[in-house]
Ligand binder design. Structure first.
Ligand SMILES: Cc1cc2nc3c(=O)[nH]c(=O)nc-3n(C[C@H](O)[C@H](O)[C@H](O)COP(=O)(O)OP(=O)(O)OC[C@H]3O[C@@H](n4cnc5c(N)ncnc54)[C@H](O)[C@@H]3O)c2cc1C
Length: 379
């Protein structure tokens, strides 16, 4: 890595070494290897992160384009081909997905991403960020100075708060643990929804050793939501489930309530920018894509000139704009469980409509004419 401008310790500091921060660092290394980049994380790796551990097929493509050794990253991870969905009123569909997905415990997956970032020659250091201040010539992060800071520090982002960015508008809360797979769900990813406290759902994602990552989440609203409520929600939707180990809850800032991306030298990516799919809780695809876009925008601004925030906003709009508009529009209608019923009936009737549903829920899919034309409100 090169030398930063004289007034800065680093050209770019990335806060957080989860999927968003690692993708940002890899994009910087690819786009402008001459820049000096530091990644800080408050944790040492390996570390746990409450998650369903489900990793969409499209994540592999993004990581591969960023020169991650994906064979190594996913070595030993479960590969799942089948997805079963159940709507609030009991409409069910169970089909093969077009592409297999991985289920990889985050303790392993994230540590391997960090290894890959280090392999690019980027320093990853343990440090808990506390204060962020935009100055005349860059950003001050605690006692360090950088020309650009990328906040990839998750749902409770300190960078977001310290940079006085708006809070996310819509937030869910979910709990996850590990339990023996239910025999009827063996080998399949399963998501089951309920209209009690809608939108709310439980999941079971097999991790390949006879156990599954299981969990339950719902949108935070007026009702106070306790750990006991979450556990009861999970068992209510998956009767017969044994008591899971390692239960941990965490917030999910949903993309349907994401704040706008402002101009300036502080960029937010992943959960810090509220990039979680409001229908499925998928956030790893958005994290690696937004991290990549933030890293490339920072590199372009520092090497070619321009405002990092403006470049990042434009790139996000090009890459994900249509998809995010479709998910947000549907989230506004999503209080209407009949629409979910209609979508699952479409997927049950037609494999390609099912494929469109999966891509819409797990990556960057759109409400395609094919999917819309197959919606069935009865039957
Ligand atoms: C229960 C649950 C289930 C989920 N299931 C799925 C799923 O199956 N599939 C899916 O795709 N998504 C899922 N998600 C969403 C997914 O976990 C997140 O969207 C994803 O982890 C976001 O990645 P990130 O890099 O933005 O943030 P994170 O993965 O949260 O990483 C942030 C990093 O920042 C570090 N950090 C935080 N604060 C500081 C600080 N002050 N200073 C320095 N470092 C800091 C943390 O230690 C962490 O390493 C789930 C979420 C929850 C809560």
């Amino acid at each position: 890595m090169g030398r930063p401008a004289p007034h800065a310790d680093y050209d770019v500091i990335v806060v957080g070494a989860g999927p968003a921060g690692c993708a940002a660092a890899a994009a910087l290394a690819q786009e402008a290897p001459q820049l000096s980049v530091l990644v800080v994380d408050r944790a040492d790796f390996p570390r746990d992160k409450p998650c369903g551990d489900g990793i969409a097929h499209e994540v592999t493509q993004v990581l591969s384009d960023l020169d991650f050794d994906v064979e190594r990253v996913f070595d030993g991870a479960a590969e799942i081909g089948e997805l079963a969905l159940r709507s609030p009123s009991g409409v069910q569909v169970r089909r093969q997905m077009r592409h297999r997905v991985h289920v990889a415990p985050r303790r392993i997956f994230d540590a391997r991403l960090v290894d890959e970032v280090r392999r690019c020659g980027i320093e990853v250091r343990r440090h808990s960020a506390r204060t962020v201040e935009v100055t005349a010539d860059g950003v001050r992060l605690d006692s360090l100075r950088a020309r650009v800071v990328i906040g990839a520090d998750g749902a409770e982002s300190v960078v977001r708060r310290a940079a006085a960015r708006p809070r996310p508008g819509r937030v869910a809360l979910a709990i996850r643990g590990y339990a023996p797979e239910l025999p009827e769900l063996a080998g399949a990813q399963y998501i089951t929804m309920t209209d009690r406290h809608w939108p709310a759902y439980a999941w079971s994602f097999p991790i390949g050793d006879g156990r599954a990552n299981v969990g339950y989440g719902e949108l935070l609203g007026d009702r106070p939501l306790s750990r006991a409520d979450l556990i009861a929600g999970m068992h209510g939707l998956m009767p017969g489930l044994a008591t899971p180990s390692d239960l941990r809850a965490h917030r999910l800032p949903l993309s349907s309530g994401r704040p706008p991306i402002p101009d300036g030298p502080v960029l937010l990516a992943g959960d810090a920018q509220s990039m979680i799919n409001p229908f499925t809780g998928e956030g790893i695809f958005y994290a690696v894509v937004s991290g990549e876009l933030a890293g490339r925008a920072a590199a372009q601004a520092l090497t070619g000139g321009g405002n990092p925030g403006l470049l990042y906003r434009a790139a996000t709009c090009r890459r994900l704009g249509r998809h995010l508009r479709h998910t947000s529009a549907l989230a506004r209608l999503g209080g209407w469980p009949a629409l979910v019923d209609a979508g699952l009936r479409a997927g049950r009737a037609d494999q390609r409509a099912f494929d469109d549903l999966v891509r819409f829920g797990l990556a960057d899919g759109l409400l395609t004419p094919r999917l819309l034309s197959r919606l069935r409100f009865r039957g």
